[in-house]
Design a protein around this ligand. Structure first.
Ligand code: PDD
Length: 287
């Protein structure tokens, strides 16, 4: 099926949406993105994603292409035109296409940002093999740049990390810096020990996950104990349970970390409960 995508004000068949070879997203990875999940045709945590997009744009001194109301309208129109039930909406803003390659930022008056959105349909976001069985991860060095809080399209190392995981016969990788886990290649990372949920505190070292914020709020509301602090790979390998969060995976159990099997290799009770709470609450609040 040909998707209808959005490019700079126009809804187009995916084959007709074209971006310049001088676009700075293409030449310099000078762009930011968001991934918003869609459950039953409704957007999960749209306001959170819009807020983080603004933050990423401001951090890079990049112009805002449209306001939040317009952004919401575009998301909804894409859901409608593509009859999306469960799936994702990918959004990317780049610093646009100047007349030539140049390291210096172009004048925003002359070079408007490029705004692209497209949908990715999924059979289901809630009923997945990963959620049922859990995933296995390896540990890899975190060699990314120091502003991981900005959601840029510089995804080469996360891609390489997923390839390393595939080569090792597992599902994904957790990144480690100075002995401490930072995050997953495209998710935030958590362990559970003695009933306490432990995840790295927010800083420039990790992406400020929108799912993370919601999950920690729901966990606190459900009287679960949360500790926002760094944890070592050794602590992770000795955890009772572990999980990742992201807009595309929600709360997904991790049952093996760098060769150490957790909880007999099956998802534990706290992670399963947290996933259910997250899905129920997100479905109820989706717009
Ligand atoms: N990735 N950390 C990294 C490095 C990520 O790439 C992501 C999301 C997250 C989780 O953030 P959120 O809960 O806001 O989705 C954490 C998206 C899903 C992706 O690249 O496809």
């Amino acid at each position: 099926m040909t998707r209808t995508v959005y490019l700079n004000g126009a809804y187009l068949p995916e084959t007709e949406a074209k971006v310049s070879i001088f676009d700075r997203g293409f030449l310099m990875a000078d762009g930011v993105y968001e991934v918003t999940s869609v459950l039953g045709g409704k957007l999960v945590d749209f306001a959170g994603h819009a807020r983080r997009l603004r933050r990423s744009l401001d951090a890079l001194d990049m112009p805002h292409p449209v306001d939040e109301a317009e952004l919401l309208a575009i998301h909804r129109e894409l859901v409608r035109r593509n009859a999306l039930g469960d799936g994702l909406i990918y959004l990317q803003v780049t610093r646009g296409a100047p007349e030539d390659r140049d390291f210096l930022f172009p004048d925003p008056e002359k070079t408007p940002p490029t705004l692209v959105l497209f949908t990715q349909a999924k059979a289901s976001l809630t009923e997945t093999a990963a959620a049922r069985d859990g995933i296995r991860v390896i540990a890899i060095d975190d060699i990314r740049w120091a502003r991981r809080d900005i959601k840029t399209v510089q995804l080469l190392y996360p891609s390489m990390g997923k390839m390393m995981a595939m080569a090792a016969g597992v599902d994904d990788a957790w990144m480690v810096e100075d002995g401490k886990v930072t995050e997953g290649t495209s998710s935030n990372a958590y362990i559970i020990k003695d009933g306490r949920i432990i995840t790295r505190a927010l800083s420039n070292d990790i992406l400020h996950g929108i799912t993370r914020a919601a999950v920690l709020r729901f966990a606190a509301e459900a009287q679960m104990q949360v500790e926002e602090r760094s944890f070592t790979l050794e602590e992770a390998r000795a955890a009772d349970e572990a999980f990742i969060t992201s807009a595309s995976t929600f709360v997904t159990p991790v049952v093996e970390i760098d060769g150490a099997v957790l909880g007999g290799g099956t998802p534990g009770p706290l992670v399963r409960r947290l996933r259910q709470i997250y899905i129920d609450e997100s479905r109820a609040a989706a717009i």
